[in-house]
Design a protein around this ligand. Structure first.
Ligand code: ACO
Length: 703
């Protein structure tokens, strides 16, 4: 989206309020009142057909009557007249059309919403909303909303899809002491969406980190691409992850691909830190807006209390940042600033005797030491210390250490004096929390962020024209046959075209042909029914394994055919697959769904018959680069099995990663045709010996 247009929307130099009113309690009154009371310096033009003056400002009957140019129009008139207002604003050269009004796609009036967007686009205008609270900016003293006030000033900016939540968070910024520069309500996202504003905020010098409250993206892929390019940290709280997608899935992958998993994967790929809940969103926003990322794993905790030290230690392990003992030189120096019975190991316990000086000395030394990558400072209120003085000692030590590229977080546990001291710390740029685990949790977030950005994921992808041609032919034949699922043999042909290692599988239409093909494939072998009407082959008695000779082939052919007919008398039977019997290996699963938000999305995990019970799977949005594939292999609970447990040789994870990458390319290249796929099981062998896709399923998009 054009930057100048977004500037007009988010930092307007002049603003019209269409539907401005003199009646207190009306939104059109509130918006004008907010603009005036919060000190907006630009021009304000109230628009109202019957009032010549509103809240002391000259009002105009229509926007066309306004003499000067107007950057943004805030709309607070009923829905049915909003399209006409869009036309007038477009003609007037307005850049940002901010629609507070409700009553559009959220109540089934997508048509009305689209009409506004179409009109706006004719005139090069953008639309924010509809169904929003408006936008707020502390640095511009701009409260173009009906939220009660500008938020507590700070360096973060928030984009919220829920208007009500934005209002609630706005007020809470004061009690939670988390400061924001901009709050943007985006409601129905008819035009301007998360990606547009994220890109704009990335360039905004008043914003140091971007917080998001998301109910759902319209185009998830575009968000990932925008976020990947963003230089500032993004923290996202996604709601509505409990009931999504899982219904009516035709594959294992489809049934496992809930919103929590898919959004989680997309956020990782986008380099976005996920918040668990509203509290976590606030806590992380506070840390990310003031502190740099934690660039290494060495976390040091300094405390005056053993209990909170242990709680923080537990939290460090829980959030993936386990403590290590501090090196000898660090311990030796810190020992000088604590009583004999203190501990310098990590957590560094300066004991209840720890006062201002010891806090100062330990924090200053430790923070500057090269071994320390991040510092958490804890304090329990005692009768012999003053929380405010401790806070000031910590702040002074941090400043005097001259360290600017490492993070520090703090937790004070105690009463009102602690709360006041923490308030002071926050005002002075040091995030402080009421519980030790929160100080550690946010620090772990700062570490996760650095790790995510060590190797930025990219969406580079090249179509494989040759494989695609083969695959399209197979798909076309199946569609001509009236099917929307490929047979196993067809699916494997598609897999093979994209370079996936499938077991050699041939289709026999008669018993004699089965014998001929069996000799080609070699013994022992597996025989399976091939019928679009029989998806669960084993349940139908349609699979025979370990067939060793010609007599076995003839016998199996007859039995499978008879079983299949018994299972479904009118089944359309293509024949019987004669398949090489792959040696046993570690069973994994690969699969994909065409997610409504993110498009082709791939799953990998431990496979076999328990896959839906154990759910040991992980997701990524395609395409998946090699290093991302390696990450997927390493992040499932069963990763040690693939690494080799109890004397077993490690599995061929290199070949596995390559196969994941190829698989992701296949589903992306064929995204207009493929709905869901499964490769289950895939047998993975020892290092250097590769893997084999033993069974394959491919469901086509309905056309
Ligand atoms: N040009 C300019 N002003 C006009 C025009 C026009 N063509 N036509 C009418 N007006 C004036 C009206 O005369 C009125 O001013 P007045 O008080 O001087 O008479 C003013 O515009 C507002 O019009 P009303 O008909 O009084 O509408 P009302 O204020 O009751 O409601 C509103 C309008 C607020 C837009 C309503 O339709 C609406 O959508 N409410 C929900 C908004 C909302 O909650 N959005 C955020 C969702 S997120 C969340 O839930 C927090």
């Amino acid at each position: 989206m054009d930057k100048k247009v977004l500037n007009g929307l988010l930092r307007p130099k002049s603003v019209a309020v269409i539907g401005a009113s003199n009646t207190p309690g009306k939104i059109g009154y509130s918006v004008v009142d907010n603009l005036i009371k919060d000190g907006y310096q630009g021009k304000i033009y109230p628009i109202n057909p019957s009032s010549p003056e509103i809240l002391g400002l000259k009002a105009y009957p229509t926007i066309t009557d306004v003499p000067g140019s107007i950057d943004a129009a805030i709309v607070t008139v009923p829905a049915k007249i909003v399209p006409a207002m869009a036309e007038e604003c477009g003609k007037k050269g307005v850049k940002g059309f901010i629609v507070i009004t409700s009553g559009f796609s959220e109540v089934g009036r997508k048509d009305l919403e689209q009409q506004i967007v179409d009109t706006a686009h004719q005139y090069g205008m953008c639309v924010l909303g509809p169904n929003i609270v408006g936008t707020l900016s502390n640095s511009d003293k701009f409260n173009g909303s009906f939220a009660p006030c500008l938020p507590l000033a700070g360096k973060a900016s928030l984009i919220s899809q829920s208007g009500a939540l934005l209002i609630a968070l706005d007020a809470a910024t004061y009690t939670r002491k988390v400061g924001f520069d901009k709050l943007v309500s985006i409601g129905n996202m008819s035009d301007v969406d998360f990606a547009d504003i994220v890109e704009w905020l990335d360039e905004d010098e008043k914003t140091s980190c971007i917080s998001l409250y998301i109910e759902g993206f319209k185009d998830g892929r575009r968000f990932i691409e925008a976020a990947q390019k963003t230089k500032k940290p993004i923290i996202a709280l996604k709601s509505g992850v409990s009931a999504h997608g899982a219904a009516a899935a035709a594959s294992h992958t489809g049934s496992l691909a809930g919103a929590a998993k898919v959004y989680g994967a997309a956020f990782r790929q986008a380099g976005v830190i996920q918040a668990a809940d509203l509290n976590d969103l606030f806590n992380k926003t506070q840390a990310f807006s003031e502190q740099p990322a934690m660039k290494g794993d060495n976390l040091l905790i300094i405390t005056n209390g053993g209990g909170v030290g242990v709680l923080a230690t537990d939290a460090a392990e829980r959030y993936g940042l386990p403590l290590k003992f501090a090196p000898e030189d660090v311990q030796a120096e810190l020992k000088k600033h604590m009583p004999e019975f203190g501990s310098a190991k990590n957590p560094v316990d300066i004991t209840g005797m720890g006062g201002n000086e010891w806090y100062y000395d330990c924090v200053k030394y430790a923070f500057a030491h090269k071994w320390v990558d991040g510092l958490v400072v804890l304090y329990c209120e005692t009768a012999v210390t003053n929380p405010q003085e401790i806070a000031e000692s910590i702040k002074k030590a941090v400043v005097d250490s001259k360290v600017k590229d490492k993070p520090v977080t703090v937790s004070f546990v105690g009463g009102e004096r602690c709360d006041a001291a923490m308030g002071w710390l926050v005002e002075n740029g040091i995030p402080a929390y009421g519980a030790p685990d929160l100080a550690v949790q946010t620090m772990a977030g700062l570490r996760d962020y650095a790790k995510l950005h060590e190797k930025k994921a990219s969406f580079d992808f090249k179509s494989n024209a040759k494989a695609r041609k083969t695959a399209l032919e197979i798909v076309a034949a199946a569609r001509a046959d009236g099917r929307n699922a490929l047979t196993e043999i067809e699916a494997k042909q598609v897999f093979k075209a994209y370079g996936l290692p499938v077991t050699d599988t041939q289709l026999a239409k008669s018993e004699d042909e089965a014998v001929t093909l069996a000799k080609k494939v070699g013994f022992p072998l597996v025989m399976k029914i091939v019928s679009p009407d029989i998806l669960h082959k084993s349940d139908a008695g349609g699979v025979k394994v370990n067939i060793k000779d010609e007599a076995g082939v003839r016998d199996a052919f007859k039995t499978i055919m008879a079983n299949a007919k018994k299972y479904k008398a009118d089944a359309n039977i293509h024949g019987i697959a004669i398949q090489e019997m792959a040696p046993m290996g570690t069973e994994v699963i690969m699969g994909s769904v065409n997610d409504p938000t993110f498009g082709p999305t791939m799953m990998f995990g431990l496979g076999g018959i328990f896959v839906e019970v154990l759910k040991d799977v992980t997701f990524r949005v395609a395409p998946i680069a090699d290093d991302q594939a390696v990450e997927m292999i390493g992040e499932i609970r069963g990763a040690p099995i693939l690494a080799g447990v109890r004397g077993e040789a490690p599995r061929d994870r290199k070949a596995l990663a390559e196969t994941i990458t190829k698989y992701s390319n296949m589903i992306l290249d064929m995204q207009d045709e493929i709905a869901e796929t499964d490769a289950n099981p895939v047998l993975v062998y020892e290092d250097g010996k590769g893997l084999k896709v033993v069974d394959a399923r491919m469901i086509l998009k309905k056309k």
